[in-house]
Design a protein around this ligand. Sequence first.
Ligand code: VGL
Ligand code: ZN
Length: 194
Amino acid sequence: MASGAMRLRAGDALLVVDLQRDFCPGGALPVPDGDKIVPLANELIEEAVAADACVVAVRDWHPPGHASFHEKGGPWPPHCVQNSAGARFHDDLRLPENAILVSKGMALEQDQYSAFAVEGFADRLRSVGVRRVLIVGLTQEYCVRESALDAVAAGFETHVRLSGTRPITLEKGREAVEDLRHAGVIVEDGEDKS
Ligand code: VGL
Ligand code: ZN
């Protein structure tokens, strides 16, 4: 286990963000080596299940013709369209049956990068006693970044396991990590800046 890494225990939440086919090589909005984080995600899921921590599977889940798509003047190629093959979780991701499923990006006219932008999500975690969250997934500079910033702002002790994320572009990924550190997110596996 990486030094300084959070050891999951009961009452923690593991958030696995957007580990979907479209964000992996061969998908519609591929993140370089996005698929390489699947084994670590699976290890953490196993650790969470063994420790009785909750597992949250976050997915990008856009309606057809979403405002973020190029055809609508948005920044992205169409991706993670609801019920499409590309919106499925990576084939090798092993989610437990009792994982909490959170779908975001469902409003047609606006984008939503953070899991915490989903109505009631923070309260749902609090209601089951969650105080600490560990985040892995895609993409480092959008959905992982925004979810982690919102988590820390909502009062959760927030950890991001860097080796369990990948950015679309390395430069933006580095900036995201800086933003996370400044906001008080515990960035694990990063360069030691202390
Ligand atoms: C994401 C771009 C567009 C993400 C979602 O999951 O980070 N990035 N939609
Ligand atoms: Zn999206």
